[in-house]
Write a protein that binds this ligand. Structure first.
Ligand code: MG
Ligand code: ZN
Length: 349
């Protein structure tokens, strides 16, 4: 049947299922962060290439304002938990994540972040711990799944541990190529399993030396995961938008948002060519209580005003591209996002 809609509105044929999902999370990235980045860029952002926008609420089980552990768990499992808890419900019971469900269905899986890979957001997709600060226990949880690629900081949580174990040896024994610097990552061939722990703990800001790590990591992860014909699930986090928000550092906040947007571009280019990939871009919460009190399109400047050094409770934008993206329009809760993602997968026919 001939469609009366232009090609762009393929997104609204929500019955079409996908093989691959790429979920990009800007930690702390509210609407003002995106708008300030749009103004600073002077050209359309990659985020603006998405086809559908929605809004999500994000309160946790015990607080109107969520932290990254509770919101990460909501986004990974569809369960509300208390602030600080990773992949468990408020009673401490483990909850199954979309990454684990993807694994069970034969998909390849990956996590990329510009924080330690053991930090709350990526940890929420793979680990089950009562406390987000249990970094060494979270690192050990990586070996309890068959994740194919993970890239971030946090080498010391695997290698220099209080229990004396060196989990790098375990990773190698499990078939991972282990790389320990951003240069090694850029120059590595494309192995079938990759553990890239490219900083001892937290990477620096992009402007302070991290460079194009997120762009390189996103390309590498998609290269590896897309070899699996059954499909993949990949979560990519721009972690440090949040840290710039806590620091009320406007220029860094904008730069970190633009850094995530370049990863969004890589994801969208892949999805556009592949036609079987759903891309979602959203946040776990807003950081800084940011508003824009002035600006100038010509000079690409915005005046950001911060109302807190912490997180705020404001609703968060969701941007979607690809088959099934239409299911992400409207206002819903963060716990609905993994349900929508699972529903989009072919294995869930
Ligand atoms: Mg985070
Ligand atoms: Zn934060």
């Amino acid at each position: 049947m001939v469609s009366c809609y232009p090609a762009k509105f393929e997104a609204f044929k929500s019955d079409k299922k996908v093989r691959n999902v790429i979920l990009l999370i800007g930690d702390g990235m509210g609407l003002p962060h995106v708008q300030a980045a749009m103004t600073a860029a002077g050209v359309p952002l990659n985020i603006q290439r998405t086809e559908v926008t929605g809004l999500q609420t994000s309160h946790s089980a015990d607080n109107y304002i969520t932290d990254s552990a509770a919101s990460g768990t909501a986004l990974s499992s569809g369960i509300k938990t208390n602030n600080g808890m990773i992949g468990v419900d408020p009673q401490g019971n483990k909850v199954k994540t979309i990454l684990e469900i993807a694994e069970e269905n034969g998909l390849a899986t990956g996590l990329v972040s510009t924080s330690a890979i053991t930090h709350a957001t990526p940890a929420s997709f793979i680990a089950h711990q009562q406390s987000r600060g249990s970094y060494e226990d979270i690192a050990a949880d990586f070996l309890r799944t068959d994740i194919d690629v993970f890239i971030g900081g946090g080498y010391d949580h695997f290698a220099k541990r209080a229990d004396g174990k060196n989990l790098i040896d375990n990773l190698k024994a499990s078939g991972y190529e282990v790389v320990t610097s951003a240069d090694m990552l850029r120059n590595s061939d494309t192995p079938s399993k990759l553990a890239a722990l490219v900083y001892p703990d937290q990477p620096p800001y992009r402007l302070s030396g991290r460079g194009e790590m997120l762009y390189d990591a996103t390309r590498k992860a998609i290269d590896i995961l897309s070899k699996n014909k059954k499909g993949f699930f990949l979560m990519i986090e721009g972690s440090q938008i949040d840290w710039a928000g806590h620091a009320n550092a406007a220029d860094t906040l904008i730069d970190e948002t633009l850094d995530l947007d370049r990863a969004v571009g890589v994801a969208l280019d892949f999805a556009k060519a592949d036609r079987n990939t759903l891309v979602i871009v959203t946040a776990d919460h807003e950081t800084g209580g940011v508003t824009i009190t002035g600006g100038d399109i010509k000079t690409r400047r915005t005046r950001l005003q911060f109302s807190t050094k912490g997180h705020s409770a404001i609703m968060l934008p969701v941007y979607a591209f690809g088959p099934g993206a239409g299911n992400f329009t409207g206002i819903y809760d963060n716990t609905d996002i993994p349900k929508k993602i699972l529903n989009a997968y072919m294995f869930n026919k």
